[in-house]
Design a binder for this molecule. Structure first.
Ligand code: IPD
Ligand code: CA
Ligand code: CA
Length: 265
């Protein structure tokens, strides 16, 4: 295992421990509004501090982009992308679905390492470019399901921007007809990790940030899946919309996104 992945794993486990110890114990004074319908807790900050310190100590030449504002501008050209707590709203409500997400991009902006850790289940999803994806050390693969009658699909429901709500709802109706069931877990990193290991056959969400999806995108791709934006472009950073899935289900969801989100592409 590379030193980079090892560092990310240790940091994710340490941050996960911080979050787990505070689950169900959060005081109202530890929850702060960040933007409209967007919150940050003292736990998000403590997790980020822990991860950012570990990365800065081990790789002082690297840059960092962390959701809660920790930055580093190193000279190596490499960049760590960190979501210290993905699923903050779940965490605030003691809904035990949240994760820690850490990714590394090389100087060409390629994702080379990714970790998503779900502390409640002690599940560690890891991937390195060209080396496959793993769950607690065991190799994982996207599902082979392609029959709409059996598809189990994850999504993120819009919650603070409404200009694409109608498009989202019409796409949702369409996917309801062509799937066995849809889930909204509340952590995009978990949605992607679960797609990588075949629990979900696909995941779609419009408007995410690099810290939400970077590690998960590498997991899905290394597990044999496809990830694009809603226009089918594999450079997701250009629009921050995501469709991930096994090849057949990705194609099905992409077809629906192109149909319903035409005016937003
Ligand atoms: C959120 C989660 C959620 C997604 C939101 C994200 P946060 O991240 O990933 O599933 O629907 O768009 O902002 O704020 O809990 O880190
Ligand atoms: Ca997030
Ligand atoms: Ca977060």
């Amino acid at each position: 295992m590379s030193r980079e992945l090892d560092t990310a794993i240790k940091a994710a486990r340490e941050a996960g421990g911080i979050a787990l110890r505070k689950l169900g114990e959060l005081d109202l004074a530890e929850i702060h509004p960040k933007e409209y319908k967007d919150f940050v807790t003292e736990v998000d900050k403590a997790c980020e501090q822990c991860i950012a310190t570990a990365i800065a100590e081990t790789f002082p030449e690297d840059s960092m982009l962390c959701e809660e504002g920790s930055v580093a501008n190193g000279r190596s050209g490499r960049k760590w992308i960190v979501d210290p707590l993905d699923g903050t709203l779940n965490f605030i409500h003691s809904f035990p679905v949240f994760s820690i997400s850490i990714a590394l991009c090389n100087a060409h902006d390629d994702l080379v390492a990714g970790v998503v850790y779900q502390p409640v289940l002690d599940e560690l999803f890891t991937a390195e470019q060209g080396k496959g994806a793993h769950l607690n050390g065991e190799k994982i693969h996207v599902s082979a399901q392609h029959d709409p009658e059996h598809l189990f699909i994850a999504t993120g429901i819009p919650f603070k921007e409404y200009h694409y709500l109608e498009s989202y709802v019409s796409m949702l109706k369409d996917v309801i007809h062509d799937s066995a069931g849809i889930r909204r877990a509340g952590s995009a990193a978990i949605d992607l990790a679960y797609t990588a290991c075949g629990r979900f056959d696909a995941f779609w969400e419009y408007k995410l940030f690099p810290w939400d999806y970077s590690a998960g995108v590498l997991l899905v791709r290394e597990a044999g899946g496809i990830v694009t934006g809603f226009s089918g472009n594999s450079d997701i950073n250009s629009h921050h919309s995501i469709i991930a899935g096994n090849p057949a289900t990705h194609a099905l969801i992409l077809e629906k996104a192109k149909k319903h989100f035409q005016e937003h592409l």
